[in-house]
Design a protein around this ligand. Structure first.
Ligand SMILES: [Zn+2]
Length: 47
């Protein structure tokens, strides 16, 4: 199990939706795989 670099909490892999702004356009990524810290909620993208 990975741990969070900020709070050392456990990180789990989850599917989330993420809105990303790029060049004044919004891109919505749905059901993408991300690693989320259970403790502080920090999101890490694996790819
Ligand atoms: Zn954390």
């Amino acid at each position: 199990m990975k741990t969070c670099p900020f709070c050392k909490g456990n990180i789990e892999t989850r599917k989330i939706s993420h809105m990303h702004r790029w060049n004044d356009k919004f891109y919505l990524f749905e059901n993408i795989k991300a690693e989320v810290c259970k403790q502080c909620g920090e999101v890490f993208f694996s790819s």
